[in-house]
Write a protein that binds this ligand. Structure first.
Ligand SMILES: [Zn+2]
Length: 387
């Protein structure tokens, strides 16, 4: 394929951006090594990114406060100026933060509110949060949505645990706030983008999130699998035979009814009649008692569902985020064994299953970089969300 000089330039900028997302900061020499660019090209790209306000360069503080001999080393990092209003809609809590086009800092200004139960209440909360965060001119509002989103029309098609978000009202309402372009990302897709960026990995993986809901996303050949309607990896709504629990999506027997927080609490109560625990109580119970049969059955149901996905996709790496891995140190190993037993890959190779933190903020930042474009920060590209 013939590449125009501008294509090469944009690809180089994106390479530098990706390395800085994963490494937080590095020297010019490290940057050239990690991107595979010549030091001259890497230097030119860095100068351009500094001019565009995408990166900053600063002298490294000398160790122990002792001045270093000679010229102090200088480090390059992505600029930390907040540019976006980020919104993570959760089943119970919603977090709102001012985000830079960089890994969100630990101390990012943030507000956490109980998730409202209607569009008007949600928009009112968003207005208040924006004022409190003091973010006057954001370039875009980045929204992670738990549910199936049609990005072309800004419609939440289905949200099993937050039905009030369904339809066009939510994203259209956010667009009408005038906070900037709305970029909506299905939440597990955001987790996959965040994981990929933080690890700087080019490996294929299936990300499985087990929390209030159960969802998945797939990265194949470096790219997130999916179209404008992100459905690939939605393992939570796969039926489990002989499970007769009704799911929030309207179906009966979904994996989510066994492996979500609510599902696990219900299984515990069924196994221990008369004992009612909240989530923290359940965690203490599992820490003390280990993986009891009720939990083992839930893990095995997840393992069987994941094995089906692995057989279909040919992916051998499973990244697990959310609540289930935090229940007990043995959970990930047990899940890995289950997937190994149920998948064809397990007959001759090895399935790898790892726990990972949830990186939704970073995923939203990556989605913004892709949809708004990096190469010409002043000139916005055609945007995908027509609202
Ligand atoms: Zn379901």
């Amino acid at each position: 394929m013939y590449l125009r000089p501008t294509d090469v330039r944009e690809a180089n900028i994106r390479r530098v951006f990706r390395v800085l997302l994963a490494r937080t900061r590095c020297s010019r020499a490290e940057l050239a090594r990690s991107t595979g660019l010549s030091s001259v090209t890497a230097g030119r790209v860095v100068e351009e990114m500094i001019e565009a306000g995408l990166v900053t360069e600063a002298a490294a503080a000398a160790a122990g406060g002792v001045p270093a001999m000679g010229r102090p080393p200088r480090f390059i990092a992505l600029a930390s100026r907040p540019r976006f209003l980020g919104v993570e809609i959760g089943v119970r809590e919603t977090r709102i933060a001012a985000l830079p086009l960089a890994p969100p800092p630990e101390d990012a200004a943030m507000r956490t509110v109980a998730t409202p139960d209607s569009v008007p209440a949600f928009l009112a909360e968003l207005r208040r949060a924006r004022l409190a965060l003091g973010l006057r001119d954001s370039e875009a509002i980045l929204v992670s949505v738990p549910g199936v989103v049609d990005q072309a029309t800004g419609t939440v098609l289905v949200s099993p645990n937050l039905h009030w978000t369904e339809g066009q009202g939510l994203l259209k309402g956010i667009g009408a706030l005038g906070v900037g372009t709305v970029i909506a990302v299905q939440e597990v897709q955001a987790l996959a983008l965040g994981h990929q960026a933080a690890e700087g990995t080019s490996e294929d993986f299936l990300l499985l999130d087990l929390a209030e809901g159960v969802g998945g996303a797939v990265v194949l050949q470096g790219r997130l699998l999916g179209g404008t309607v992100a459905l690939a990896g939605e393992l939570g709504h796969t039926p489990v035979m002989s499970n007769d629990r009704r799911c929030g999506c309207g179906a009966i027997g979904c994996l989510e009814t066994l492996a979500s927080r609510r599902g696990l609490l219900r299984s515990f109560r069924e196994a221990h009649p008369g004992r009612r625990l909240d989530w923290d109580g359940l965690r203490h119970q599992v820490t003390r008692a280990g993986i009891e049969p009720w939990l083992d059955r839930a893990i095995d149901a997840v393992g069987a569902g994941v094995a089906g996905a692995i057989n279909l996709l040919g992916v051998g790496r499973v990244v697990v985020t959310g609540d289930l891995p935090s229940l007990h140190p043995d959970v990930i190993g047990r899940l890995e064994t289950s997937i190994q037993e149920h998948s064809l890959l397990g007959r001759f190779g090895r399935v790898r299953c790892v726990a990972a933190p949830r990186r939704r903020w970073l995923g939203l930042v990556v989605a913004a970089s892709e949809r708004l474009g990096l190469a010409r920060p002043g000139e916005r590209r055609a945007l995908h969300l027509a609202i």
